[in-house]
Design a protein around this ligand. Sequence first.
Ligand code: ADP
Length: 489
Amino acid sequence: MTLRFRLTLWYSAVLAVIILLFSSVVYGLTGFTLVTQVDVSLRQTAKDIINKSQIRRVLDVQFLLIQQQEVNRFSSQRVYVQVWRANGTWVANSDNLGDYQQPLDPAALQRDHGSAGAVVNDGSRLRVVTEPIFTTDGQLLGYVQAAAPLDQVDLVKSALLIVLVSGGLAAVMLAAVVGWLSANRALRPLDTITQTALQITRADDLSRRIPLRGVPKDEVGRLAQAFNDTLERLERLFNAQRRFLADVSHELRTPLTTIRGNVDLLRRMGGADPDSLDAIQSEAERMSRLVGDLLLLAQSDAGTLPLAHDPVELDTLLLEVLREAQVLASGVQLTIGEIDQAVVIGDRDRLKQLLLNLVSNALKFTPEGGRVTLGLARAAGNWARLVVTDTGVGIPPSELPFIFERFYRVDKARTRSAGGAGLGLAIAQRIAHVHGGRIEAMSAEAGGSTFCVWLPLAPERVIVEAAKLTDTRPNLTIPAGLKKLRRNS
Ligand code: ADP
């Protein structure tokens, strides 16, 4: 559920509850007021009739004398009147009741005080007010019941209900629409912030900023400003770190070259312990490789990595890598699987480094008797797919997402002894990226690993031009793959 949807829902729900409460109060109060008015007027009618009646005493018995015209006084206003004796016998009816001699509200005749209630008579609702008639000495003589239909009251109430329900619904819908629009308006800068943040992550580019033009200086505006400030600081830190890495690796190269040169000199002069010299040389070479790798990564981070843009025949390159890697394959069978012709645009040395990193890893992590297979295929969508498969130790699935990170090694102890610093795959992936490609790693633990390198194929036009170029210069040999391609085109 999005924030704007939740906000709109809250607005509308709160408004709906308020309108419901308000409508219930208005509806209830209106109904109560209207019925009270009816009661007041009926009670007045009953009292008028009682006041106009006379009580006569004959011997010890008291009689009630009521004029029929008094009983009928309000019949034109749809007021029904009945007069009853205290013992429940009928005395008189207003003419509009005809000869209906049932009490309009039988329960009220049991009480010795006035009461009012609603009864349903012949399908229509009547409000009945009952007033007792007392003698001056307080003896209950009878009752006057005055009744009026409640249809007008019901009509007003149902009209009010319609107005309240439809008005309430319209108000809630309007609030939902206005709420949605204003939440949209208020949160739009957040969308911009999210998009920019995603672009920064995708492009790995900390120099981007959230455009602040048009963003109001409210909470969201301040968030955008704070985000930009954080980016600025991060960018400065990253740049400082990159510069530091590049400077350190650059500065370390010269002393390392001097050490290696002097080891050679010492070896030629003789006298020094050969084992110590071997150790110094191998460590100096290891450090040189490490420094070279770090420099490459620092340069590619800074965008200053020198990169050739030539057509590169991947099939020839793969065979070359196979030949060179054979020396590393002690006891491991290194073979070629399917191989297609594929030409990409890029830097041959870097692509070779990429492949050598993958193949040397495969050989390093495959025990004796295992097999490492290289393959090259043209895949749909103009991609070249280089595959390095081994039957080695495999990589646990939980480690797969991290193996391309710098200095990441799955089994620290084993890989350090094998000479790896955890930079090989980071470099391979960097090289694939700068060529517009990518690397995927798959592994079933104990079932070996497979690394797929996807590189965009060179456009056909470039391949033909490259083939022409090599053909017109007699001292250049035309690569076998390009010759075949030229023949086909
Ligand atoms: P390293 O220099 O240590 O080989 P990499 O960056 O080349 O560093 O590889 C990172 C980690 O990924 C290695 O330490 C290893 O644990 C794992 N790894 C790479 N390739 C393979 C493979 N073919 N089989 C098993 N594990 C591998």
